[in-house]
Every structure is written in structure tokens, then in C-alpha cells.
Design a protein around this ligand. Structure first.
Ligand code: ADP
Ligand code: MG
Length: 613
């Protein structure tokens, strides 16, 4: 006769609540049930090791089977099993109270999410099942088979059954609305996601000896780094991230004290320059997958990497906001940051050539890391390099030729030299700023290339962190000072400027004149760095003032022959020449307005006609 009982926790209302809250994360039930199976095997193995029970020489494994006709999904292990008393205690009481506990925490966390919904355990299978049966037989001598069954709402039955093998089989009667979990492909992908590294072989619809387990019981990250080969790292990367481009390099984390942390972080090749691909850092707890990209544990910028992290010491049945403030978690996070910084600085020192070839793939990641984490910045600041106009990669001190005083060196020396912030010119668009680049090169000047989306922010960050040391000016922001030859006074060119202004159609732009070292270009546009940045920042944050015209000046080159003849021209010619010079300068800076473009085209047409005669 089957015994009946009431589930003591007031769980009548639990199901609808769980179903609602966890709707998007139902998948985790399979992880919970399979993990219970592997836990049961581990427990058995421990007992065998201690000699409490005879060693088992068969294969420890978990078998999952789907039966579409019977509408069941079953998970069977050959672990420790349970006696009737244990089923009562661990399933009817603990499993259910565990779920109630979980819900209480979930509620307290404002429903914002318990990491990976850990802690729901056995009960989570009721998210997809209308009824669950357990067939189990304890490892103990003389233990009898036990059959338990419940709809999870309020009542259950328990009785003897004639199970012959040690272990536990959970039979989930899948609810009609959850039919997807009777699909073999669906189950296979769930196992691959959640159970990929579980410690015992997992089979799906096991038929015989040729079947291959779906999981990798000894994932590479658990091994000692000494024993891993390059090929193994790459192979693990391909399999885990389905990326067929080899990673640039990797970091193998392996520590036991003061916390346990194992894993491998891979630096991927950046696939497209424009859009930054988000990586994936998978968090595991004792080889059980918890979730992807938990930014409370792994610093956000590290999420651009690909990796697996196994950290059994992270409290998982707590809310995310709790994790954020947990000291242990902070320590782990800091340790990961340090390891990453060490790896990068090590590479810079040991293999600068490789570092430079990897730089384009690394730079966004490093710059973002610096902005997000001062600690990280202070660790990697000396290895940040920039490409210059000759295609060479240099640190800022290398580029400016100003050596940083080394530690312990007398900082007084060179003090005079370091008083003024050092100007660093940069290019944000090599094609668009080609004319400026040519002029800079002709004048023997150099600039660094800052053309990723993060560079504007990074430049500001550097100026702020290294206050007074550097001043970054875009190549079009300091044209007159950079390119002029000798000193000139304002009144030297007053007549020219006034005459130019008098005929210029754009009355808003400021006009300046300067003698450049190079005579080729009649004029060039100068855009004040600060006002341009201000506009860019506003645009970035979607604020007003985003499209405010930057503070622009046209700088006329008095070394240019056309400019030199300007004052000798009659009014009509001045008008034509001044505006033509302006249009040409504007073109090399940015697009002209539609009206200006039309006027420019008109001018060119008349030039063409004159030329033909
Ligand atoms: P947890 O695994 O966190 O303890 P669960 O709700 O998943 O919580 O399981 C409750 C308990 O039920 C387990 O601690 C274990 O004692 C028992 N149990 C569950 N599944 C099995 C199994 N397959 N074999 C043996 N015992 C099990
Ligand atoms: Mg469990």
C-alpha cells in the first residue's frame, strides 16, 4: 500500500509564482536534475573511497531519455540512491522547503534575479512537469526500491517498488504546454549548454556501447597549466565558443587559496572594426554551468573576452545586487583583473612584436578597461601604444620623446621641460583628414591615430588621469600653431584678412592668416578642440547642443601664391577667389552645405569654361 502525505510547506501558491518569475529561465531545471545525479555519484564514490561500500567497477554515468509517446523525460544516475526515509527527508521536506526558501530570497531581491536561479533544485522540474516520479534504490545493503510521486502542489505518495539497480531515476511527465522538452534536439542543446563540463558521462537516449557522452568530464581548464599544450587550448576554444578563428592568446587561471578559481580567458580576434563583438564569459560552479556574462563577478570590460571561469566560492543563491557588494566576489574580480593585466604587460615586455600585431584587437578592450577600472589603468598604463603617421606603434612617452622619470630617479631633472602640457596631435579619420596629414608630414610633424569609437573618451580620460602632462589636439585643431613658420603679429595680415572677410559668403567663420612652411595649400580649416569635443560628447549622450557648429577658423596661408596675389585683384575676382579657397579648405575638412556645394560647382564650371576658352 502506498503511503500518502501532505507536503508540509504551503506550496499551493508556489507553482504559479515560480512559473511566472522563472518563465524565461525554465531551462535550468535540467541542469538541476542532472547535477543532483552527478552529486549522488560523487557521494557514492566518496563512500567507496572510505571503504564504506564496495568499489564499483562499472561506468558512473547519467542517462537522459526522452519518450515522446509517454510524454516523459527521464534522468537516471547510478549514484548513492535514497532510502524511503531519505526520500521523505530530502525530497518531500528539504527539496520543497529549499524551493520556498529560494522564493523568499527571490522576493526579497525584488525579483531582479538570483544568479542562474541556483538553489531551486529538485523543485524546478515542476516548472515543466505536471507530475514527477522518483524511482530510487539506496547503496545500503538490503535497501529496497522506493517509488515516490507528486504533482508538486500539495500531496504525494510513497511506496516500495522493485528497482534492482542502485541509483535514482527521475521521471518527469512533461506538461502539455512544455512539449518542447520532449524534443531530443532541444534536450541535447540544453545538456550542451548547462552540463558540458559535468564530471560524469552524460548520455542521451542511451542505446549501447558505441554511444558518446555529450559532455567533457575533464575540461581543460581544470588541468594544471603546465600540462596543457597550445593545441589543446585552441581546441578547447573552438569547441567551447564555436569560433574557428584562433584566439590571440589566453590566460589560464588556477588557484586554490584564498579562494578557488579555475578557468581560461581567451583574447579573441576582433572580427569587425566597426562593431565590437561581445564575448562570452561562462561562469561555472564545480563544473556546473551557472550563467553567461555575470558582470557582478567578472569586470564588465572583461566580458569582451571569451572564457570559462569556475568558481565554487561564489555564493549563488543570492541576488545579483548582493553579489556586487560581496567582499569575496570583489576579491575574485580583482584577482582576475590582476591576472589579465599581468598577462598583457608580460607580453608587452617579452614579445613586443607580437604585442604590436595584436594591438588592434586588444586596444578597445584595454582602453575600455582603463576607463572602467582605475586599478586596471594603473597596471597597464605603460603598455598603451598608438600607431603614428608612419605606421609605427609607440607609447606616448616614446612618441613625444619625453621620458617619464623612472622610479627613484631625481624628478627635479627635466622639470623645466615638463611644466607645460605636452601637445600630442591625433588623427581620428586617416582618409577624411588626409590633407591635414600631408601638411603635417611635410612640416616634419607626426600624430597618433585614434580612430576607434572609444578613443575620444580614452583621450579625455588620459588627460584627466595624467593632469597637466598631455594635451591631445586633433590634427585639425591647432593648424596655425603647428604649421606656421616663424612668428607673425596680427596687424601684419590685417588688410588681407579684412579684404578676405569682406567677400566671404560664410560670415560666421573666423578668419586668420599665417605663413605656413608649405606653400601648396591656400587655406585650411582649424576647429577648436574643446568646442568640437563638447559637441561630440553631447551627440554621444544624446544631449542638446550636439549639432552646434564647432568653433571654426579658416587660416589663410600667406606663403601660397594665390593668396599673395589676393590684394592685387579687383572686387569681383577677390570674391571668386576667397570663396573658392574657402570651399576647397572646407572640402578637406568636411562636407560643404548643399548651398555651398552648388556654389562651388558653379565656380568650377566657370573655371572649366575659361580654361577651354
Ligand atoms: P540540493 O541539491 O541543493 O541539496 P535539491 O532540491 O536539488 O537541493 O535536492 C535535495 C536533496 O535531494 C539533495 O540534497 C539530495 O539529498 C536529494 N537528491 C536529489 N536528487 C537526488 C539523486 N538523484 N540521488 C540521490 N539523492 C538525491
Ligand atoms: Mg540539487
Amino acid at each position: 500500500m502506498a503511503k500518502q502525505g501532505n507536503i508540509q510547506i504551503s506550496s499551493e501558491n508556489m507553482m504559479p509564482i515560480i512559473k511566472k518569475w522563472l518563465y524565461s529561465d525554465k531551462d535550468i531545471f535540467l541542469r538541476e536534475i542532472v547535477a543532483n545525479g552527478t552529486d549522488a555519484i560523487t557521494k557514492y564514490k566518496k563512500l567507496a573511497e572510505m571503504g564504506e561500500t564496495p568499489a564499483f567497477d562499472g561506468e558512473f554515468c547519467v542517462k537522459i531519455s526522452v519518450d515522446k509517446d509517454a510524454k516523459t523525460l527521464s534522468v537516471e544516475d547510478n549514484g548513492i540512491g535514497m532510502t524511503e526515509d531519505e526520500v521523505e527527508k530530502y525530497i518531500t521536506q528539504i527539496a520543497f522547503s529549499g524551493a520556498a526558501d529560494f522564493l523568499a530570497k527571490y522576493e526579497k531581491a525584488g525579483g531582479e534575479g538570483i544568479i542562474g536561479h541556483f538553489g531551486l533544485g529538485f523543485y524546478s522540474a515542476y516548472m515543466v512537469s505536471e507530475n514527477i516520479e522518483i524511482f530510487t534504490k539506496s547503496y545500503r545493503e538490503d535497501a529496497k526500491g522506493v517509488h515516490w510521486e507528486s504533482d508538486g502542489e500539495s500531496t504525494y505518495t510513497i511506496e516500495e517498488c522493485d528497482k534492482t539497480e542502485r541509483g535514482t531515476k527521475i521521471v518527469m511527465h512533461i506538461a502539455d504546454a512544455e512539449k518542447e522538452f520532449l524534443d531530443e534536439g532541444r534536450i541535447r542543446s540544453l545538456v550542451e549548454k548547462y552540463c558540458a563540463f559535468m564530471p560524469y558521462n552524460i548520455y542521451l537516449n542511451f542505446t549501447g556501447k558505441d554511444d558518446k557522452p555529450l559532455n567533457e568530464t575533464q575540461p581543460l581548464y581544470l588541468k594544471n597549466p603546465k600540462d596543457c599544450t597550445k593545441e589543446e587550448y585552441k581546441e578547447f576554444y573552438r569547441k567551447t565558443f564555436h569560433d574557428y578563428h584562433d584566439p590571440l592568446f589566453w590566460i589560464h587561471l588556477n588557484m586554490d587559496y584564498p579562494f578557488r578559481l579555475k578557468g581560461i580567458l581567451y583574447f579573441p580576434k576582433v572580427k569587425s572594426k566597426v562593431e565590437l563583438e561581445r564575448g562570452k564569459v561562462k561562469l561555472y560552479c564545480n563544473q556546473v554551468f551557472i550563467a553567461d556574462n555575470i558582470k557582478e563577478v567578472i569586470p564588465e570590460y572583461l566580458l569582451l573576452l571569451n572564457g570559462v571561469i569556475d568558481c565554487p566560492d561564489i555564493p549563488l543563491n543570492v541576488s545579483r545586487s548582493f553579489l556586487q557588494n560581496d567582499r569575496q566576489v570583489q576579491k575574485i574580480s580583482r584577482h582576475i583583473t590582476k591576472k589579465v593585466a599581468d598577462k598583457l604587460t608580460g607580453l608587452f615586455k617579452e614579445d613586443p612584436e607580437k604585442f604590436k600585431t595584436c594591438w588592434n584587437d586588444l586596444s578597445v578592450f584595454i582602453k575600455l578597461g582603463c576607463i572602467k577600472d582605475e586599478d586596471f589603468y594603473s597596471k597597464v598604463k605603460d603598455i598603451i601604444i598608438f600607431k603614428d603617421l608612419n605606421g609605427e606603434y609607440k607609447t606616448i612617452p616614446e612618441f613625444t620623446g619625453k621620458k617619464e622619470p623612472a622610479e627613484g630617479e631625481d624628478k627635479q631633472e627635466g622639470k623645466e621641460e615638463n611644466k607645460e602640457p605636452c601637445t600630442v596631435y591625433y588623427v581620428s579619420d586617416e582618409a577624411g583628414q588626409a590633407q591635414y596629414i600631408t601638411m603635417f608630414k611635410n612640416a616634419g610633424l607626426n600624430a597618433i591615430v585614434c580612430d576607434t569609437f572609444i578613443d575620444p573618451h580614452f583621450i579625455s580620460y588620459l588627460e584627466y588621469k595624467e593632469t597637466g602632462k598631455y594635451r591631445f589636439l586633433r590634427i585639425d585643431a591647432d593648424v596655425d600653431a603647428a604649421l606656421k613658420e616663424g612668428e607673425s603679429k596680427e596687424e601684419d595680415y590685417k588688410e588681407l584678412i579684412d579684404a578676405f572677410k569682406a567677400v566671404l559668403k560664410n560670415t560666421k567663420i573666423a578668419v586668420k592668416a599665417e605663413k605656413f612652411k608649405n606653400a601648396d595649400v591656400p587655406a585650411i580649416i582649424n576647429v577648436a578642440e574643446f568646442s568640437r569635443r563638447f559637441g561630440e560628447m553631447n551627440a554621444f549622450y544624446g544631449l542638446a547642443g550636439a549639432d552646434a557648429e564647432a568653433d571654426m577658423t579658416i587660416v589663410i596661408n600667406t606663403a601660397n601664391p594665390a593668396v599673395q596675389k589676393f590684394l592685387s585683384l579687383d572686387d569681383e575676382k577677390r570674391k571668386f577667389v576667397a570663396n573658392q579657397i574657402y570651399y576647397m579648405a572646407m572640402l578637406s575638412y568636411k562636407k560643404l552645405s548643399p548651398e555651398e556645394m552648388q556654389d562651388f560647382a558653379q565656380n568650377n564650371l566657370s573655371l572649366l569654361n575659361q580654361y577651354i576658352g
